[in-house]
Design a protein around this ligand. Structure first.
Ligand code: NAD
Length: 260
Protein backbone atom coordinates (compact mmCIF):
# COMPACT_ATOMS: atom_id res chain seq x y z
CA UNK A 1 0.00 0.00 0.00
CA UNK A 2 1.15 3.50 -0.67
CA UNK A 3 -0.59 6.71 0.25
CA UNK A 4 0.42 10.28 -0.33
CA UNK A 5 -0.19 13.46 1.60
CA UNK A 6 -0.60 16.69 -0.31
CA UNK A 7 -0.39 19.21 2.54
CA UNK A 8 2.87 18.98 4.45
CA UNK A 9 2.29 18.17 8.10
CA UNK A 10 -1.48 18.05 7.89
CA UNK A 11 -2.14 14.69 6.31
CA UNK A 12 -3.66 12.79 9.17
CA UNK A 13 -4.47 9.54 7.28
CA UNK A 14 -0.87 8.87 6.26
CA UNK A 15 0.47 10.19 9.54
CA UNK A 16 -1.86 7.88 11.42
CA UNK A 17 -0.75 4.91 9.31
CA UNK A 18 2.90 5.80 9.84
CA UNK A 19 2.37 6.13 13.56
CA UNK A 20 0.66 2.76 13.83
CA UNK A 21 3.61 1.09 12.12
CA UNK A 22 6.20 2.91 14.21
CA UNK A 23 4.35 2.11 17.45
CA UNK A 24 4.45 -1.58 16.57
CA UNK A 25 8.16 -1.59 15.71
CA UNK A 26 10.45 -3.87 17.69
CA UNK A 27 13.62 -2.82 15.85
CA UNK A 28 13.30 0.57 14.28
CA UNK A 29 16.12 1.85 12.06
CA UNK A 30 16.17 5.37 10.59
CA UNK A 31 17.89 6.46 7.38
CA UNK A 32 18.20 10.19 6.88
CA UNK A 33 19.19 12.30 3.89
CA UNK A 34 19.69 15.91 2.93
CA UNK A 35 15.95 16.70 3.35
CA UNK A 36 16.29 16.13 7.09
CA UNK A 37 18.70 19.08 7.25
CA UNK A 38 16.82 21.32 4.81
CA UNK A 39 14.96 22.89 7.72
CA UNK A 40 18.36 23.90 9.14
CA UNK A 41 19.11 25.97 6.06
CA UNK A 42 21.38 23.44 4.34
CA UNK A 43 20.34 23.08 0.70
CA UNK A 44 19.63 19.60 -0.67
CA UNK A 45 21.03 18.39 -3.98
CA UNK A 46 17.66 17.36 -5.34
CA UNK A 47 14.21 18.76 -4.81
CA UNK A 48 13.25 22.42 -4.86
CA UNK A 49 16.11 24.88 -4.49
CA UNK A 50 18.41 21.91 -4.30
CA UNK A 51 21.51 22.98 -6.16
CA UNK A 52 24.72 24.51 -4.93
CA UNK A 53 25.01 26.30 -8.25
CA UNK A 54 28.07 28.52 -7.78
CA UNK A 55 30.45 25.58 -7.83
CA UNK A 56 30.34 22.48 -9.96
CA UNK A 57 29.60 19.30 -7.92
CA UNK A 58 31.33 17.30 -10.67
CA UNK A 59 34.48 19.05 -9.46
CA UNK A 60 34.15 19.69 -5.71
CA UNK A 61 32.62 16.29 -5.01
CA UNK A 62 34.97 14.18 -7.10
CA UNK A 63 38.16 12.51 -5.88
CA UNK A 64 39.69 12.62 -9.37
CA UNK A 65 39.23 16.38 -9.54
CA UNK A 66 40.33 16.88 -5.92
CA UNK A 67 43.62 15.15 -6.68
CA UNK A 68 44.09 17.34 -9.76
CA UNK A 69 43.11 20.67 -8.19
CA UNK A 70 42.56 20.58 -4.38
CA UNK A 71 42.32 24.38 -4.26
CA UNK A 72 38.94 24.16 -6.05
CA UNK A 73 37.46 22.17 -3.16
CA UNK A 74 38.96 24.48 -0.57
CA UNK A 75 37.55 27.55 -2.32
CA UNK A 76 34.12 25.90 -2.43
CA UNK A 77 34.49 25.06 1.27
CA UNK A 78 35.58 28.62 2.16
CA UNK A 79 32.97 30.45 0.08
CA UNK A 80 29.91 28.18 0.15
CA UNK A 81 29.97 25.25 2.51
CA UNK A 82 31.61 26.73 5.60
CA UNK A 83 29.29 29.75 5.97
CA UNK A 84 26.22 27.53 5.56
CA UNK A 85 27.47 24.89 7.94
CA UNK A 86 28.78 27.26 10.59
CA UNK A 87 25.35 28.91 10.79
CA UNK A 88 23.31 25.69 10.73
CA UNK A 89 21.69 24.40 13.90
CA UNK A 90 19.82 21.12 14.41
CA UNK A 91 16.11 21.34 13.66
CA UNK A 92 13.07 19.63 15.19
CA UNK A 93 13.53 16.56 12.98
CA UNK A 94 17.10 16.01 14.25
CA UNK A 95 15.95 16.58 17.82
CA UNK A 96 13.03 14.18 17.46
CA UNK A 97 15.35 11.40 16.27
CA UNK A 98 17.74 12.08 19.17
CA UNK A 99 14.82 11.84 21.57
CA UNK A 100 13.71 8.57 20.03
CA UNK A 101 17.18 7.15 20.58
CA UNK A 102 17.33 8.38 24.21
CA UNK A 103 13.97 6.70 24.82
CA UNK A 104 15.46 3.40 23.58
CA UNK A 105 13.12 3.25 20.57
CA UNK A 106 15.73 3.58 17.83
CA UNK A 107 17.96 0.62 17.09
CA UNK A 108 20.24 2.49 14.66
CA UNK A 109 20.52 5.84 12.94
CA UNK A 110 22.10 5.74 9.49
CA UNK A 111 22.68 9.01 7.64
CA UNK A 112 23.78 10.12 4.20
CA UNK A 113 24.34 13.58 5.62
CA UNK A 114 27.78 14.96 6.23
CA UNK A 115 26.77 17.96 8.35
CA UNK A 116 27.08 16.50 11.87
CA UNK A 117 23.68 17.92 12.92
CA UNK A 118 22.38 14.62 14.30
CA UNK A 119 25.26 14.53 16.78
CA UNK A 120 24.73 18.19 17.63
CA UNK A 121 21.10 17.36 18.40
CA UNK A 122 22.28 14.67 20.84
CA UNK A 123 22.26 11.48 18.74
CA UNK A 124 25.11 9.09 19.43
CA UNK A 125 26.72 6.30 17.43
CA UNK A 126 25.47 7.84 14.16
CA UNK A 127 26.37 5.71 11.14
CA UNK A 128 27.72 8.34 8.74
CA UNK A 129 27.83 6.64 5.34
CA UNK A 130 29.48 9.59 3.59
CA UNK A 131 31.74 10.95 6.34
CA UNK A 132 31.58 14.37 7.96
CA UNK A 133 32.41 17.69 6.39
CA UNK A 134 33.19 19.26 9.78
CA UNK A 135 36.49 17.36 9.78
CA UNK A 136 39.55 17.32 7.57
CA UNK A 137 42.14 14.58 7.56
CA UNK A 138 45.87 14.95 7.02
CA UNK A 139 47.19 12.66 4.33
CA UNK A 140 50.62 12.88 5.98
CA UNK A 141 50.20 12.31 9.73
CA UNK A 142 46.53 11.23 9.80
CA UNK A 143 45.49 14.03 12.20
CA UNK A 144 41.86 15.10 12.17
CA UNK A 145 41.48 18.86 11.97
CA UNK A 146 38.25 20.71 12.82
CA UNK A 147 36.60 22.61 9.96
CA UNK A 148 36.73 25.95 11.80
CA UNK A 149 40.51 25.61 12.17
CA UNK A 150 40.82 24.79 8.47
CA UNK A 151 38.70 27.82 7.62
CA UNK A 152 41.10 30.01 9.64
CA UNK A 153 44.11 28.46 7.88
CA UNK A 154 42.52 29.34 4.55
CA UNK A 155 43.15 33.02 5.26
CA UNK A 156 46.89 32.23 4.92
CA UNK A 157 47.15 29.50 2.29
CA UNK A 158 45.14 27.79 -0.42
CA UNK A 159 45.15 24.84 -0.08
CA UNK A 160 46.06 25.03 3.61
CA UNK A 161 48.73 22.74 5.11
CA UNK A 162 48.19 20.45 8.10
CA UNK A 163 48.82 22.50 11.27
CA UNK A 164 50.75 19.55 12.78
CA UNK A 165 53.04 18.31 9.98
CA UNK A 166 52.46 20.68 7.01
CA UNK A 167 51.11 17.68 5.05
CA UNK A 168 48.17 17.85 2.64
CA UNK A 169 44.65 18.03 4.07
CA UNK A 170 41.54 16.51 2.58
CA UNK A 171 37.88 16.60 3.66
CA UNK A 172 36.89 13.59 5.78
CA UNK A 173 34.02 12.82 3.42
CA UNK A 174 33.39 10.24 0.74
CA UNK A 175 33.88 11.88 -2.65
CA UNK A 176 32.47 10.50 -5.90
CA UNK A 177 34.79 7.75 -7.03
CA UNK A 178 35.62 6.62 -3.48
CA UNK A 179 34.44 3.68 -1.45
CA UNK A 180 32.29 4.12 1.61
CA UNK A 181 33.94 3.39 4.96
CA UNK A 182 33.69 -0.40 5.15
CA UNK A 183 32.87 -0.69 8.88
CA UNK A 184 30.07 1.89 8.68
CA UNK A 185 28.66 0.28 5.54
CA UNK A 186 28.68 -3.19 7.09
CA UNK A 187 26.99 -1.97 10.28
CA UNK A 188 24.37 -0.14 8.21
CA UNK A 189 23.67 -3.24 6.10
CA UNK A 190 23.38 -5.28 9.30
CA UNK A 191 20.96 -2.72 10.78
CA UNK A 192 18.86 -2.88 7.59
CA UNK A 193 18.75 -6.67 7.75
CA UNK A 194 17.76 -6.69 11.43
CA UNK A 195 15.13 -3.94 11.37
CA UNK A 196 11.47 -4.78 11.30
CA UNK A 197 10.66 -1.16 10.40
CA UNK A 198 12.77 1.33 8.49
CA UNK A 199 12.00 5.03 8.65
CA UNK A 200 13.43 7.10 5.80
CA UNK A 201 13.56 10.84 6.44
CA UNK A 202 14.32 13.37 3.69
CA UNK A 203 16.10 11.26 1.10
CA UNK A 204 15.44 11.09 -2.62
CA UNK A 205 16.62 7.44 -2.37
CA UNK A 206 18.63 7.61 -5.56
CA UNK A 207 22.17 7.62 -4.15
CA UNK A 208 23.65 4.15 -3.82
CA UNK A 209 24.37 2.14 -1.78
CA UNK A 210 22.33 4.08 0.82
CA UNK A 211 19.17 3.68 -1.25
CA UNK A 212 19.53 -0.10 -1.18
CA UNK A 213 19.13 -0.25 2.62
CA UNK A 214 15.31 0.06 2.57
CA UNK A 215 15.19 -2.49 -0.26
CA UNK A 216 17.20 -4.98 1.80
CA UNK A 217 14.88 -4.38 4.72
CA UNK A 218 11.76 -4.90 2.59
CA UNK A 219 13.20 -8.12 1.13
CA UNK A 220 13.63 -9.39 4.69
CA UNK A 221 9.96 -8.73 5.44
CA UNK A 222 10.43 -5.32 7.05
CA UNK A 223 8.06 -2.43 6.67
CA UNK A 224 9.02 0.91 5.17
CA UNK A 225 7.84 4.35 6.22
CA UNK A 226 9.05 7.22 4.05
CA UNK A 227 8.78 10.84 5.18
CA UNK A 228 9.94 12.93 2.23
CA UNK A 229 8.83 16.01 0.36
CA UNK A 230 8.54 14.78 -3.21
CA UNK A 231 8.73 11.45 -4.93
CA UNK A 232 11.23 8.66 -4.40
CA UNK A 233 11.65 5.50 -6.50
CA UNK A 234 10.51 3.44 -3.50
CA UNK A 235 7.19 5.23 -2.89
CA UNK A 236 5.23 2.47 -4.59
CA UNK A 237 6.72 -0.30 -2.47
CA UNK A 238 6.68 1.69 0.78
CA UNK A 239 4.24 0.53 3.43
CA UNK A 240 3.34 4.17 3.89
CA UNK A 241 4.61 7.37 2.30
CA UNK A 242 4.14 10.67 4.09
CA UNK A 243 4.84 13.45 1.60
CA UNK A 244 5.60 16.19 4.08
CA UNK A 245 8.22 18.39 5.70
CA UNK A 246 10.31 16.34 8.13
CA UNK A 247 10.40 19.25 10.58
CA UNK A 248 6.61 19.29 10.75
CA UNK A 249 6.09 15.54 10.92
CA UNK A 250 8.89 14.03 12.99
CA UNK A 251 8.09 15.78 16.30
CA UNK A 252 4.47 14.67 15.95
CA UNK A 253 5.43 11.04 15.34
CA UNK A 254 8.04 10.96 18.08
CA UNK A 255 5.79 12.59 20.67
CA UNK A 256 3.53 9.55 20.41
CA UNK A 257 6.43 7.09 20.56
CA UNK A 258 8.46 8.79 23.27
CA UNK A 259 6.21 11.24 25.13
CA UNK A 260 8.04 14.17 26.71
P1 NAD B 1 18.87 14.49 -2.02
O1 NAD B 1 19.27 15.93 -2.10
O2 NAD B 1 19.08 13.61 -3.18
O3 NAD B 1 17.32 14.38 -1.67
C1 NAD B 1 16.74 15.09 -0.62
C2 NAD B 1 15.23 14.84 -0.63
O4 NAD B 1 14.68 15.53 0.49
C3 NAD B 1 14.53 15.37 -1.89
O5 NAD B 1 13.62 14.39 -2.36
C4 NAD B 1 13.79 16.61 -1.37
O6 NAD B 1 12.62 16.87 -2.09
C5 NAD B 1 13.50 16.19 0.06
N1 NAD B 1 13.28 17.30 0.98
C6 NAD B 1 13.71 18.58 0.88
N2 NAD B 1 13.34 19.28 1.95
C7 NAD B 1 12.68 18.42 2.77
C8 NAD B 1 12.05 18.57 4.03
N3 NAD B 1 12.03 19.75 4.68
N4 NAD B 1 11.47 17.48 4.59
C9 NAD B 1 11.46 16.29 3.94
N5 NAD B 1 12.03 16.09 2.74
C10 NAD B 1 12.63 17.16 2.16
O7 NAD B 1 19.54 13.97 -0.72
P2 NAD B 1 20.09 12.54 -0.38
O8 NAD B 1 19.07 11.52 -0.72
O9 NAD B 1 20.56 12.67 1.03
O10 NAD B 1 21.35 12.34 -1.34
C11 NAD B 1 22.23 13.39 -1.68
C12 NAD B 1 23.68 13.21 -1.25
O11 NAD B 1 24.24 14.51 -1.08
C13 NAD B 1 23.82 12.52 0.06
O12 NAD B 1 24.53 11.38 -0.18
C14 NAD B 1 24.62 13.47 0.97
O13 NAD B 1 25.85 12.92 1.32
C15 NAD B 1 24.87 14.71 0.17
N6 NAD B 1 24.32 15.94 0.79
C16 NAD B 1 24.39 16.12 2.13
C17 NAD B 1 23.86 17.26 2.71
C18 NAD B 1 23.94 17.40 4.22
O14 NAD B 1 24.80 16.80 4.84
N7 NAD B 1 23.03 18.16 4.83
C19 NAD B 1 23.25 18.23 1.91
C20 NAD B 1 23.22 18.03 0.52
C21 NAD B 1 23.75 16.87 -0.02
Amino acid sequence: MSANASHPGSDLPTLGQALAILLGARRLVALTGAGCSAGSGIPTYRGEGGLWTEYDPEKYASIAYFEKDPAYYFRFFRDVRYPVLAAARPNEAHRALARLQRAGRLHALVTQNIDGLHQEAGSTDVLELHGNTRRFRCLGCGALVDFAAVHRLLAEALPPPCPHCQGALRPDVVLFGERLPEDVLQRSLQAAREADVMLVVGSSLVVQPAASLPVINLERGGRLVIVNLGDTPLDRVATVKVDADAVAVLPHLVEALAPS
